[in-house]
Design a protein around this ligand. Sequence first.
Ligand code: ADP
Ligand code: MG
Length: 262
Amino acid sequence: MTGPLSGPLMGPLPSLAPSTLVPDGAAPPVLQLEEVTKTYPVEPPVEALRGVSFSIHQGDLLAIVGPSGSGKTTLLHLMGALDRPTSGRVLVTGFDVATLADRELSALRATRIGFVFQQFFLAEHQSVLDNVADGLLYAGASLAERRRAASQALLRVGLADKLASLPTKLSGGQRQRVAIARAIVGRPAIVLADEPTGNLDSGSGASVLELFAELNAQGSTIAVITHDMGVAGRMNRVVRLLDGLVVSDGPAGAGPEGGGRE
Ligand code: ADP
Ligand code: MG
């Protein structure tokens, strides 16, 4: 998975009925992973995830951290409903990913999840405003409505004065803010960010992490996937991954690495 989520995902929204009915009517966790495995059928097979279980609840601000090869990208693909597990269950806002048809998965992705990638993936010849407005293409709103929502999202990320700019005129930190605005414009249940500071200098990176904390304080649920313990230590919760297994899950600072800087 590399490109922005567009094109093939567009189309009318299929109806989605919750597969998990919570008895007291409370909202299910935003994301639930139950004994999830993923084996790549290469020769010899690679067991990238070997039984991963944890939940993400509304309002969480967490890091999923681990060294290269520990299974982070594989896990991101499963959490983002971009791929299905080999075994175990992945539930996104109560919907079991394994039970959904491809079109329903696309709908789930487009309406429940906001993606932020290390490489930003902005359309270079489109204004900042329209890059963000594209985040609502799936919702079927008019261009005027999409642009109105986009300008609000850009205000939230501190770019109200850049609506008409082209991404090429912006700094890396500003580009990542545009990508974050695009991720939140549809009010997703969760934002999944894959190494969001990986292409930024430390100052811009710190300011992007501060923005995540602000958005989280306003109610956004955010998971940051990173290999950088310094980044992880800025989140409220840290899930550590090693060789396809969760080896710790708790408040930042509680793990063996202490959540400190590398
Ligand atoms: P990380 O993002 O933490 O570096 P990955 O999820 O990318 O970890 O990879 C976990 C393991 O799965 C690694 O051993 C990697 O080589 C392997 N892997 C990842 N994607 C594939 C694939 N498409 N085919 C085969 N092996 C893969
Ligand atoms: Mg990776």
